[in-house]
Design a protein. Structure first.
Length: 606
């Protein structure tokens, strides 16, 4: 990471002053927009012609299910505090962090890794146990902190995000941690301990990395790694008034280090795995570096159905990028920026991504991946629905307001997100972690806390049930990462939420809908698993998801796909199309069970 003292050139100071001016103007505009929004609500309520979100989302539908969530983190042993020490008003502190689920010890329970960062913004050289990342082993009815024994604390790191993948295909989950500074790759030794190998294998990226996603982008049989890098933060001037060159009192006390516009974007990395076991960065040569994007999250999946993994990159204060992989044409991973003609070049402040196959009003599925993106305050979140047979092949339509996800999100800052079937009725619901990046004037220097969203999928749109789904969901938080897992093995999906400068939430789903379910795990080489397409049909419904695509923000969901089967509980058919095109079929699968589909049992040809 780079640092800068008070003696930076005036040119740099002028550029930052201009950026701060933009931020101040934006905040004024946000305030005015909020006022106009409130003034316009009465008119919206009087009109039923416009299917905007005020009525359809604000009210809890009479037929809404009871979805109680209980925070059991402390009860079950998840004990830590994110970001020890006081807030310094610097961008990396306010941005992080995430968390991730995986079965690190092979006992079929999902363990939880929570990312942290040190006090003071930089490592002091003295290990501070309070600042360690934490690995909690799931022992069935309790979690045990095995951080120190496992070697995954990363005491010198300033943590942002985490993802798990068995990159060396030895049968256990390895861990990649993104940092403000060099990243880490912890190789799982299979005996409860990890070995840090990022430098040795070429993936210790020194830039400010936020998220990571895995997939075999060049289809060579080895899993590759895509890393999103944010901005080149320079510290040293926290407020313009601190600099002796500043004589304008109107600028005094304005934080400079909180505005991403004040800093240059950094290129992303596409680390191609080599046959030797190491990695090389091919992002620039492959057209995947997205150098102008202040990138926070990326999802890897086959968007156009040609068998090659594409990328959708969420960028902050710079247009999002849909990077289409042209490997089917050229025989190697080469990407084109297809954002503009696909309708996905979102210029807002984007943070998290969730992916689903959104059903139509008649319950039908088109089998195409739709994209949900979380945004900054006053910008509304976005839901881009794929269009089958669009005029240019790959095309999206903004369905945010039609589905009740627009106006309700105007006063929130969204981060992690997940499409999960919380009531197991066969329709995927949407959970969003919210938390402002604006300072709480009543309790400085803390940030404004905001309630999460728990959007129940009604079939025709979404309704937020957070306020009636338990105190933990109704309460405001400064939330960032969100990761879903059925950690207690009861068939419904639970949630872990990272809280900026707070204790993580472990939200146990205590709903009792009586609906059936099917949980699917995939076993096989990482290059075949990431990007696999799963399809479940039965009871007149088709459900589709893409393994590893629902990436949240700086986080990783558990490697298990839970499908809700509704009240009928009829057997269903499961088709797994692996990333290399091979297919596995399980017909007439009974509900209420966990099954594992092994790649080794597939036919030899796609």
């Amino acid at each position: 990471m780079s640092t800068a003292g008070r003696g930076r050139p005036n040119r740099r100071l002028r550029r930052i002053r201009q950026a701060v001016g933009i931020t101040v103007a934006a905040l004024v505009a946000v305030t005015a927009a909020g006022y106009r929004l409130q003034q316009g609500r009465a008119a919206d309520l009087r009109s039923t012609a416009d299917a905007v979100t005020v009525l359809s989302v604000a009210a809890v539908p009479e037929d809404a299910p009871d979805l109680p969530f209980v925070d059991v983190a402390l009860e079950l042993g998840i004990r830590m505090r994110h970001g020890p020490g006081g807030r310094r008003r610097i961008l990396p502190e306010d941005t992080g962090s995430g968390l991730a689920w995986a079965d690190v010890d092979g006992d079929e329970d999902f363990d939880l890794y929570v990312v942290n960062f040190p006090a003071g913004g930089e490592s002091s050289g003295t290990p501070d146990e309070a600042a360690w990342n934490r690995l909690f082993r799931n022992d069935g009815d309790h979690f045990t902190d095995i951080t120190e024994a496992s070697g995954t604390a990363d005491p010198e790191g300033f943590g942002m995000g985490a993802s798990f993948a068995d990159f060396d295909d030895d049968g256990d989950a390895d861990l990649y941690v993104t940092n403000w500074g060099p990243n880490r790759l912890f190789r799982n030794r299979g005996d409860g301990t990890f070995e840090e190998v990022a430098g040795a294998l070429g993936v210790a990226d020194p830039l400010w990395s936020v998220a990571s996603t895995w997939g075999d982008f060049d289809r060579d049989g080895l899993v590759d790694l895509y890393v999103t890098n944010y901005v080149d933060v320079e510290l040293g001037i926290e407020a313009l008034g601190d600099d002796p060159a500043s004589s304008d009192p109107s600028w005094r006390g304005i934080p400079l280090a909180l505005n991403p516009n004040a800093f240059d974007a950094q290129p992303n990395r596409l680390f191609r795995q080599l046959s030797t076991g190491g990695f090389e960065d091919v992002a620039l040569a492959a057209g995947a570096s997205n150098p102008g994007g202040r990138s926070l999250t990326a999802s890897a999946l086959d968007l156009d159905g040609d068998g090659w993994l594409d990328l959708y990159v969420a960028n902050d204060v710079s247009p999002n990028a849909l990077l289409r992989n042209l490997g089917a044409q050229f025989g190697e991973a080469l990407f084109e920026d297809a954002s503009s003609f696909t309708g996905t070049a979102d210029p807002r402040g984007s943070m998290g991504i969730a992916v689903t196959d959104l059903e139509g009003a008649d319950g039908s599925s088109d089998g195409l991946p739709d994209l949900f993106v979380t945004h900054w305050v006053a910008q509304e979140n976005a839901l881009y629905q794929a269009v089958a047979d669009g005029p240019r092949g790959l095309e999206y339509r903004d369905r945010t307001r039609n589905l009740g996800l627009g106006e309700i999100s105007t006063d929130r800052v969204g981060w992690g997100a997940a499409f999960v079937d919380l009531d197991l009725d066969g329709r995927r619901d949407l959970v969003v972690a919210n938390g402002s990046t604006l300072e709480d004037g009543a309790q400085p220097p803390g940030l404004v806390a905001q309630p999460m969203f728990l959007f129940w999928n009604m079939g025709t749109g979404f309704a937020d049930l957070a306020a009636v789904s338990g105190p933990a969901l109704a309460a405001p938080h400064v939330a960032r990462g969100l990761a879903a897992a059925d950690f207690d093995g009861d068939g419904d999906v639970d949630l872990a939420v990272a809280i900026n400068r707070g204790s993580p939430l472990l939200l146990r789903n205590d709903s009792a809908t009586g609906n059936g379910w099917l949980a699917v795990r995939l076993a096989g080489p990482a290059a075949k698993v990431f990007g696999a397409r799963l399809e479940v049909t039965g009871g007149g419904r088709r459900q589709v998801l893409w393994w590893g695509a629902d990436v949240s923000f700086a986080s990783g969901h558990a490697p298990e796909a839970v499908f809700g089967l509704g009240p009928e509980g009829q057997p269903v058919d499961l088709i797994v199309e692996w990333a290399d095109g091979r297919r596995s079929e399980r017909l007439g699968v009974a509900p209420r069970q966990r099954i594992e589909v092994d790649y080794s049992s597939t036919p030899d040809s796609p």
